[in-house]
Design a protein. Sequence first.
Length: 540
Amino acid sequence: MLPRLFLLLLLFLNSIAGQAQLLDQAPESGLKSPRACISTHLYYLQDEHFSRDSSAVALAPIEGMSLKKRGKRAIQLKQIYDGLGVYFSIRKIPDHPEYFEDSTTRDHIYHVSKEYPQIYLERINGQWVYSKETVYAIPGIHQQVYPYGMDRLLNLLQGLGDNKLFGLYYWQWIAIIALFLIGVLFYRFMIFITDRVLVVLFRKLKLYKTIDAFILPMARPFSWFMVMTMLRIMLPILQLPARFQSLLMIALKIMQPLFLVIVIYRIVDLLGDYFAHLASKTESTLDDQLVPLMRRFMKVIVVIVGILFVLQNLDYDITTLLAGISIGGLAFALAAQDTIKNLFGSLMIFVDRPFQIGDWVTGSGFDGTVEEVGFRSTRIRTFHNSVTTIPNGQIADMTVDNMGMRSFRRYRTMISVTYDTSAEAMEVFVEGLRKIVQVHPDTRKDYYHVYFNAYGAHSLDILFYIFFKVPDWGEELRARHEINLEIIKLAEHLGIRMAFPTTTIHVEDFPGQPSLTPAPEAKIALEERMSSFFNPKKGH
């Protein structure tokens, strides 16, 4: 498979290598148009009719700069074109002496490359030449295209000879093979660094989940990103035919940010796992809901920025795109006011934290447990087991009673006993109720009220006002159940009868029958019976 691909590559290079960027015919004398200027510059730098001085006349003369030095800069400019893969189509270059780009200024200027606006032609004294600004800027641009001493390596390779094979110089083939081998070795080296060194380091730190979730998935895209970065730096020294060089540069401009986006995407996952770990240690469950939402949001931002970066690398004017998006965004915002309101409502919920996942909340039209908080709405599981979805914008504007934020849960009831209960029995019974509160493990001990409170229509009413220290409603019901059972047992043990609404004809004495009113029992005997209730062994 690889030999076939290599053969196809050779045939492709051979087919395009012989294509001159401009006409093979010598340019017309004079620099009457932008086409004539560029033709003169590049024609005399070809191997068949190389003349540095003849090429240098296409550059604007500068006081104090010799023709030889201008010729050197003409060669550097051609190397810039070849390194960037700038392809000139002779028919597309203006041939009119009075050409101007901007109809408002009508200045006789022609820009060669959008990527480097410093490179442009201008008409001086009736002749079209590279501007003085371009002549001054050539060394700096050349340094950008060939950084880290790549220009010296290029000059060294070009000195190996002028022999060709399949349309390319021998030194180009050597450079291609060397660059391929360097790329493979560099890729293997980066894999070794990420797969071996970092894995060993994280294993020593006992971060095994991080290895599986982050290091291994990130190793290959990060290695490819580094390889693409290296190729983008070294590719200009190959001096391949302009069309092929341009295609390679476009591919690198796409692949390099693509792999970088993948790497950052993996980093977002790592940060998400880290913050999820931190959120699991907090008491608030809203943090657990916020982390996945922020992770998705950051991933969307990474993808959008990556797309814009790729477009910028491909020389698209992203400022115009962003301006169009902003105008469209304004129109969209006007049409989606409720959605934006819900989004800001979500932000207020996450910032203020009026409730968290699992809290029992009540409000206008809802009563239940918070199940999920999203960017647009909040889902509440009602006590009918249905799900109520409420826009966050509405929640931010309404009063929400968070029952889950209670430190204590109140229990208030009236314990009604019959009117035939004596004062001594009532006093002992009330004291027993307080004792129940004190010994129960889930009641608040520093604040409660148990008092004989009122005379009812059919009962003597005891106010039983206490608080439970429990985490949820289920535990509250369990605690209520236990307290209520203890109250019934105490009443049965003391002989206290619970009252209920009835209509009773009460006859105090009836001949031949004992009195219905129980004989008053001594308080000390009642106290002994209550003591035996709370301490059965001792009472027995």
